[in-house]
Design a protein around this ligand. Structure first.
Ligand SMILES: O=C(O)[C@H](O)[C@@H](O)[C@H](O)[C@H](O)COP(=O)(O)O
Length: 240
């Protein structure tokens, strides 16, 4: 695991924008495409804005980018809580991506049908044993959740399905999410997290005893890929 600590959220976002851009440039020197799972939440908003403007925008060959989401709230695209909507507003509307290569988790059909549809798309992309995403970007909640793997939910322990949906009672909404089996196959996984409210969970996830039910982010451990955490000093306060 590699820990990248920067002074504050702005510095973390710049550091990660540079790191992602370099990862894309390097991969595209030898590969025809770059498959990227983006994350929702508030944390990536500045990162996406940075990537949508010079110099990063012009360094990325957007026509070779294939975009996926790690999780989605089952609310219409027009709802401000929709993760895909946020990503379009902050990034995808501003760069020359190819529409057919951008794969939203559908929210205009039933959540289980949406999960099945996404699973099928992923199996078409990755038919060969072991093939998977170039990069999965994750956020982390102050309770240690990532994707829609919330504490004490069964989906944390999914071993087969790559995509699943379930009703998240406290939020009174369905969620659609990638699961550990597919995310842990990625070539690179990067977490972006900052702020003092994340410090306790970050300490438990990285330094605490294994307790994936309480701190689901612990379950994300790429089998042979790289794991990176991009955090600010406030979030990292408990790691010394
Ligand atoms: O749809 C979601 O809610 C996310 O994908 C989720 O896993 C998010 O990354 C964390 O909740 C962190 O969110 P913040 O960045 O807003 O703290």
């Amino acid at each position: 695991m590699q820990l990248h600590i920067q002074k504050d959220a702005t510095a973390v976002s710049h550091d990660l924008a540079e790191w992602i851009t370099q990862a894309i440039e390097t991969t595209l020197q030898t590969n025809e495409r770059f498959t990227w799972v983006v994350t929702g939440g508030n944390s990536p908003k500045l990162l996406y804005e940075l990537l949508s403007a010079a110099p990063y925008k012009d360094r990325v060959d957007w026509k070779k980018m294939h975009i996926f989401w790690g999780d989605e709230r089952a609310v219409p695209f027009s709802d401000s809580r929709n993760n895909a909507r946020m990503t379009f507003e902050q990034l995808l509307n501003r760069v020359p991506v190819i529409k057919e290569q951008v794969h939203v988790m559908k929210t205009d059909i039933a959540p289980d049908a949406s999960a099945a549809n996404y699973e099928q798309i992923l199996h078409q992309y990755f038919p060969e044993e072991g093939a998977t995403f170039d990069l999965v970007l994750n956020g982390m909640g102050d309770d240690g959740h990532t994707l829609s793997l919330f504490p004490h939910t069964a989906v944390i322990h999914e071993t087969k399905a790559w995509v699943t949906s379930f009703y998240l009672a406290p939020q009174e909404m369905y969620r659609i999410t990638l699961t550990a089996p597919i995310v842990n196959r990625a070539h690179k996984v990067a977490f972006l997290t900052f702020g003092s409210n994340k410090a306790h969970a970050l300490q438990e996830v990285l330094k605490g005893a294994r307790n994936v039910d309480q701190y689901p982010s612990q379950i994300i451990q790429p089998a042979s890929g790289e794991l990176h955490w991009f955090v600010d000093e406030a979030a990292a306060a408990g790691l010394q």
